[in-house]
Structures are given as C-alpha cells and as structure tokens.
Ligand binder design. Structure first.
Ligand code: FMN
Length: 337
C-alpha cells in the first residue's frame, strides 16, 4: 500500500493535492465536492486588503454619522446597519468550511501595503484557520524603488502578520525576484513556515483598435509548471520551509515532477475551474498508480529525489544546461545556412 501522505506547514495531509485560492473554494458546496474528490486541504479565496480598507472606511462613516446625529446630507447615502462586511462574510465562510470539512482549511490574505490590514489575520486564526497564506501580489513598477525595498515590503508585511498570529504562515511569491533562493532564506528568518511558487501575474493586453488596456485573465497551461519545478529543485534542501507548487499543474506527470523537485504539496486551480472539483480524482488515482508501478513506498520517498542536491547532474539546473541547450539547437535542413 503506497503511502501518499505529506507534511505541509506542520499539517499532516493525506496526499499532496491541494486546491489553491480561487472562487471554487469560496462556495461550501464546491469545498465539500473537493474534499470528496480527494483534496488533502484547501486554500480559501483571498481576503483582500482593498476590501478590508473599504470596510474600515464604511464603518468609520457609520460611526461619524452616529456622532453627528445624521445630518441631512448624510441621509442621501445612508449606511445600512446590517451592512455585511467583507471580513464578516469571509469569517462566516471560513467557520462554515471548518464545520463542514475534515481536511485542513488554509485562509488567504492578499495585499501590498504595511497599513496594518494584516492584523485581521488574528480573526482568521480565531475563526479556526489551520494556516495562513499571505499573497503580496505586488507589481514593482516604480523605477525609484530598489529590489531591496521590494523585498523589504514582503518582509515587513510578514513581520506584521507574525505579530498577530501563531498560525503557520506561507508566502505566495512572484517569480520576479533577483535572488529567489536568498530571499526565501530571509523569509524563513522572518518567521515564514513555507513558500508557494509562484503567483501568476496576469498580463494586461492592448486593444489595437481602441488602444485601451484590457485586463485579461487566462487560465494556465501545463508549460508554466516548468518554471515552478525549476525553482523547487533549487530551493529543496536549502531552506527549512514547506514548499508548494502553484501554476500550470494539470497532469499527473507534472505533479510527479514537482514532487521529485521537492514540493510538499501541489496546488490545483485552472484544472479544477475548467473541469470541476471531480477532476482531482483521476489525478490522485494516476499518482498512486504511477508510484505503485515504479515501486515507491511513499510520496516521501519521491520528494526531492531529483532536486538540485540529489540530481545526477546538479549543473543541469543551472547555466551549464543553458549553454549546452542553446548549442544543441538544429533547424531542419534547408531552412537556413
Ligand atoms: C479566477 C481565479 C481566481 C483566483 N483568486 C485567487 C485569490 O483570491 N488569491 C490568490 O492568492 N490566488 C488566486 N488565484 C491564483 C490561483 O490560486 C493559482 O495560484 C493560479 O491560478 C495558478 O495555478 P493554476 O495554474 O493551477 O491555475 C486565482 C486564480 C484564478 C484563475
């Protein structure tokens, strides 16, 4: 009997397949279906800084109205007393998910400023979250801001959150750091328990006719998993952090590669949004079948077996491979030369 269990952020999971943050985990019904399909844990959709700050703004206005005795002008835009705040809705979904599911539920906070919004992590902890994922989805567009400052932003937000909660915190990272391995160590020193590689930056498009910038949200393709697998292989064994893969995992072969590179869990999103929660089951069954056929006793045995520290050719994960690869290209005869 192959042991599929894995340890992630100090949680013991029955297998390494974990649906990531998306609207799918924002509905109790689909959370139940994901658990039934075999998900080992799940990450809720993010509670966004923007929503928290909007809640604060509305409740400040409400208090102001009470103090000033509802002036005539205020009545044009009254604040309903039963206004459901984003935080309240998030907490009630988290509590409902915890009550309905046996698998761990990871809550997600998403924002970029150090304005104190992460203090709400404390309420997520009280509502029963098993861990927190912190997604600093930051586009470093300011030419005056150095890479050191960009990294410091992540570290400061993490430090603020760590002051509020005892829960394990994992950071969902962008692939755009100049030294991801060094930065991962700094996150570890600042109290992160894990990292999730990588956020997909959504690329705005341009409408050629109107010249408008069009926000585009496309689901991932399997090719994107290779970038994740590469950096998992480099980090494995070099940091004491749980490692999660996110981005482009649609097929069992890619899940296996992520585990071999060193992932503790593999997140699924596009696959499940496209095909529904039940698409997780064949992936899990194939994973089990492959391990049995290849005589692995456990996922643990597979984990990190082809990471840079354990690969037959460690240099293949670095520049040597690049030089060899470029030199190996051959165009078909008669195309050029
Ligand atoms: C519609 C949609 C909503 C998402 N919402 C969130 C979110 O609230 N918070 C978050 O951290 N990631 C969010 N993500 C990112 C996913 O969790 C995941 O990291 C990303 O889609 C890459 O995985 P995939 O290739 O399996 O889709 C969202 C993705 C999609 C497609």
């Amino acid at each position: 009997m192959t042991d599929l269990s894995t340890s992630y952020l100090g949680l013991e999971l029955r297998n390494p397949l974990v649906p990531s943050s998306s609207p799918l985990t924002g509905h109790l019904d689909s959370c139940r279906r994901l658990e039934d399909a075999g998900a080992a844990a799940l990450v809720l959709p993010s509670l966004f800084e923007e929503a928290i700050l909007e809640d604060e703004r509305i409740s400040a206005r409400f208090l102001h109205e009470q103090e000033t005795g509802f002036g005539e002008a205020d009545s044009f835009l009254p604040v309903p007393e039963d206004y459901p705040s984003a935080l309240d809705e998030y907490l009630s979904h988290l509590q409902a998910a915890k009550a309905a599911l046996d698998i761990p539920v990871i809550a997600s906070l998403n924002g970029i400023s150090t304005e104190g919004w992460v203090s709400y992590g404390q309420q997520l902890q009280q509502a029963g979250a098993d861990a927190l994922e912190l997604n600093v989805y930051y586009v470093a567009a300011d030419p005056e801001e150095s890479s050191v400052e960009v990294e410091q932003r992540y570290l400061d937000i993490l430090a603020q959150l760590r002051e509020q909660v005892q829960l394990p915190v994992t950071m969902k990272l962008s692939p755009q750091f100049s030294s991801p391995a060094h930065f991962a160590r700094r996150l570890q020193a600042a109290g992160a328990r894990g990292v999730s590689l990588f956020n997909r930056f959504y690329q705005p498009d341009i409408d050629l006719e109107t010249r408008e910038v069009i926000p585009t949200l496309s689901l991932s393709t399997p090719y994107e998993s290779l970038l994740r697998i590469h950096w998992l292989a480099i980090l494995h064994g070099r940091v004491q952090l749980s490692l999660a893969a996110t981005g482009g995992f649609h097929e069992t072969a890619d899940v296996l590669k992520a585990l071999m590179a060193g992932a503790d869990v593999v997140h699924l999103c596009s696959l499940l949004l496209r095909n529904g929660p039940e698409a997780l089951t064949p992936l899990l069954e194939d994973l089990k079948r492959w391990l049995e056929e290849h005589e692995y006793q456990s996922v643990q045995q597979l984990k990190g077996s082809v990471s840079q520290q354990h690969a037959i050719d460690p240099a293949a994960w670095e520049r040597t491979n690049y030089v060899k690869l470029l030199g190996s290209h051959r165009s078909p005869d008669s195309v050029w030369r």
